[in-house]
Design a protein around this ligand. Structure first.
Ligand code: MIG
Length: 797
């Protein structure tokens, strides 16, 4: 790794006096006497791009991360100057560019300094490899905290640490291992309660230092490419994350079944084992939607083939599993076995689709199949070809989702565990070495896989899962956090990683529940399930070398606890789906760290364990063995204990009981939480009633419930059902208004309000101006069934 402080001693070059300023609509070019160009673009009033070239040259502008559909638009842009600065003003920000140094300062409209360059942009000519080593130094302020950066297995707050982004196969990684699988060069700063974000869109090996080398400096740098970063201003963290996610892209809705429970292992084979596994789930009444086949389903690890001894008739088997509510997902790796008789290898060879070394030979590396060639997924023609390879397994055989592994890319038995730097890539028409393409390789593979699965699973929706990812991968794929270990420390890591991924635009993420390597105790497995059911992607996976890890592998007590929590997840499906809808339309993370939830409360800034599931359920996992409960921080506000509905005031630390069969969960007052009945798999039952858990509050609260056909694309034509609820509680009165949009007609006709914490006895019920008899109340006056499309219900004491 290049150490920044070392570089400061070497040939650093700095911009000098600005000699020329030129504006083209939303973009302003500042050129210095020594030919450094700053291209500053206003994308939105609060989203600014800073891009630096040297020798007066900017590269061809191309990025895999940016969603080309992300619209831009600002309300105000003005360029002025005073003695020392050129000043760009938008409706939200004031950006000052110093005339003698090109250093920048960013202030909000009230004049608060949000972020400023320390030494700012500087660079060094890379005589050995070509191009520049590009660097940025920013001033860090006392008390400023930092979040984000994808899958780093560290404390949520990044301050005091240094990181590298270089996608790496990291079997049994540990706390603070860096780098691991993903590369998401985006972080959030929180300074004096105001949040901003920086996305350094450079696919080379990027480095970030959050005040480790110098206590008051945050810096980031890369050994090639451009200093090219986007600045997002909040002041709320939610706006920062939403704007970043908007820029790098939001996913379509996944099929609802992919939010159900998923069971995986390395490996389930032959067919009889898979069938027995499925049967066991149904026999024990443990809900499950997805079964995963790991590499052994293939013929000699050749992608797109089947081992006919283990799986003589995969189409029949998958059909039979489907009939019982299971979808089959298979693994596909990037390594294509070098075998002259293997059609995928032949096609790749004939069409020149494999990566080559600088001097011409193929990039050959050993992976599971032995010596392999590797498609250059950064070539659009190769991606098209790859997508087409899914015709049989998805279109004909009926596989419903594809799991991309080893796409860092991982290579065995070589130093660095990946391709050598000299390997050539197309990079969508910008030929380059592996130094530049490495971090995006996995995402481009997942993208090609997504295009293929999407095409052949049509009219249903695709599911792709990836291990490696670069910013923007969320447009194509979900992800898991790789080869973790069955230890309590890894449970802590799992919790931090998924929260961090959610802040990094990649909400649809989960961990190998129970741990991939080694075997969990029943207690650890139960505690991991209790966390995992709150993660957007919920899958048990294990290496299979250390014993069984199915929900029934640890005795009856654990089986029952596991079942109860998986059942709970299924009852939360409409809540989870609504969360996904908010993520997919607005870029709102599905789960939220406490600091995101309440950045104004300094206590939240250093918390890691507690998080908000959706918008209104606070969850805190139990992370230690033999626990009867734990101390935790309850965010500010008034909460209901999920388990007994007792009301409790937040903004403080407290002890919460949590025997092995429960974990601390609190629901925000005023919440309306939609629930479905328990199902063994998505769409097992026709939903005949939507239950709404209504948590009374004095005051107002808004919530929504999104539903659609659970799969397919009709929702894009307006066939969805979005219920917006406004709750207003007063002494002796509760009113819920509903505004419904979308043309989807849900299967149920009634909505059942389950009234929790009502502070009065109901004496009158009015629904859409009609007075109802009190005997429509059920369950001791706590439940009320209404026709689903009511506009206003008013309850008076
Ligand atoms: O070298 O396919 O992270 O989930 O089970 C190991 C076998 C390759 C690593 C993945 C893991 C998967 C395993 N793979």
């Amino acid at each position: 790794m290049i150490i920044n402080s070392e570089l400061e001693q070497r040939g650093n070059q700095f911009p000098n006096d600005i000699k020329e300023v030129r504006q083209e609509v939303d973009t302003i070019y500042f050129t210095t006497l020594n030919e450094v160009v700053l291209q500053l673009t206003v994308l939105r009033d609060s989203v600014i791009r800073f891009r630096y070239g040297t020798r007066g040259i900017l590269e061809d502008d191309f990025s895999y991360a940016i969603d080309t559909d992300s619209y831009t638009g600002y309300n105000h842009l003005e360029l002025t100057e005073n003695k020392n600065y050129h000043i760009v003003t938008t409706a939200k920000l004031i950006i000052k560019i110093e005339k003698i140094s090109l250093q920048t300062k960013i202030l909000d409209k009230e004049g608060h300094l949000i972020n400023e360059d320390e030494i700012g942009f500087h660079y060094e000519e890379s005589f050995t490899l070509g191009g520049n080593i590009v660097k940025m130094g920013k001033r860090a302020h006392p008390g400023e905290t930092f979040f984000g950066l994808g899958d780093k297995p560290v404390h949520l707050n990044l301050r005091g640490k240094k990181f590298t982004n270089w996608a790496t196969d990291s079997y049994a990684f540990g706390k603070d291992t860096d780098p691991i699988y993903k590369s998401v060069p985006f972080y959030i700063g929180l300074k004096e309660k105001k949040a901003y974000g920086i996305f350094f869109d450079n696919s080379f090996k990027t480095n970030f230092d959050f005040c480790q080398e110098r206590l008051d400096v945050t810096s980031f740098w890369a050994p090639g490419g451009e200093m090219n970063y986007y600045f997002f201003y909040g002041p709320s963290m939610s706006d920062v994350v939403a704007n970043y996610t908007h820029l790098t892209g939001k996913p379509d809705l996944p099929p609802l079944w992919s939010l159900g429970f998923q069971q995986c292992k390395w490996s389930y084979f032959p067919e009889s084992t898979v069938k027995a596994l499925a049967q066991k789930f149904r026999d024990l009444r443990i809900p499950c939607d997805g079964i995963y086949l790991d590499i052994d389903y293939m013929e000699g690890f050749r992608c797109f083939t089947w081992n006919k001894e283990y799986f003589p008739d995969p189409k029949r088997m998958i059909g039979e599993l489907e009939a019982d509510g299971f979808k089959t997902i298979v693994i596909i790796d990037p390594g294509i076995k070098i075998d002259p008789d293997y059609w995928v290898y032949q096609e790749g060879l004939e069409n020149d689709y494999f990566c080559k070394r600088a001097d011409g030979p193929y990039m050959v590396g050993k992976v599971w199949p032995g010596e392999c060639a590797f498609p250059d997924f950064t070539n659009p023609e190769v991606r098209d070809w790859w997508a087409g390879l899914f015709k049989d397994i998805v279109g004909d055989i009926g596989v419903r989702g594809v799991w991309n592994d080893m796409n860092e890319p991982a290579v065995m038995e070589v130093p660095g565990k990946t391709f050598p730097d000299d390997v050539r890539h197309d990079y969508d028409g910008h030929p380059c070495s592996h130094r530049k393409a490495h971090n995006v390789y996995g995402t481009q593979m997942a993208r090609a896989t997504y295009e293929g699965v999407k095409k052949y699973v049509y009219p249903k929706r695709p599911l792709v899962i990836t291990r490696s990812a670069y910013s923007g991968a969320q447009r194509y794929t979900s992800s898991w956090t790789g080869d973790n270990v069955a230890t309590w420390e890894h449970l802590w890591i799992a919790n931090n990683q998924v929260q961090r991924m959610c802040l990094s635009g990649m909400s649809f993420t989960g961990t190998d529940i129970g741990g991939f390597a080694e075997q969990p105790t029943g207690e650890l497995f139960a505690r991991w399930i209790q966390l995992g059911v709150f993660h957007p992607f919920c899958r048990v996976h294990s290496s299979g070398h250390h014993g069984d890890q199915e929900p029934w592998a640890f005795g009856d007590e654990i089986t029952n606890i596991t079942r109860a929590f998986i059942e709970m997840r299924y009852t939360f499906l409409p809540y989870l789906y609504t969360m996904f809808y908010e993520y997919s339309t607005k870029g709102i993370p599905m789960i939220k760290p406490l600091v995101y939830y309440d950045q104004e409360d300094p206590h939240t800034n250093y918390r890691t364990d507690e998080f908000i599931f959706g918008n209104c359920i606070l969850v805190c996992p139990i992370l230690e063995p033999n626990s009867k409960g734990r101390r935790m921080y309850l965010a500010r506000g008034t909460w209901y204990n999920f388990w007994d509905n007792s009301v409790i005031e937040g903004g403080r630390e407290l002890w919460v009981d949590a025997d092995l069969d429960r974990i601390p969960m609190f629901v925000k007052e005023g919440a309306i939480i939609p629930r479905y009945p328990v199902q063994q798999y998505v769409e097992e039952k026709v939903i005949t009633e939507l239950k709404l858990d209504v948590y009374f509050k004095i005051g107002k609260e808004a919530s929504q419930v999104y539903e659609d056909g659970n799969d397919g694309y009709d929702y894009k034509k307006g066939r969805y059902s979005l219920r917006n609820f406004n709750l207003t509680g007063k002494e002796g009165e509760l009113t819920i208004q509903q505004h419904k949009s979308g043309t989807y007609d849900t299967s149920y006709d009634t909505i059942k309000l389950n009234l929790i914490g009502l502070s009065f006895e109901i004496k009158s019920i009015t629904v859409d101006n009609v007075e109802y008899d009190l005997n429509i109340l059920e369950n001791d006056g706590k439940c009320l069934k209404l026709s689903k499309n009511f506009a206003v219900v008013n309850l008076m004491g």
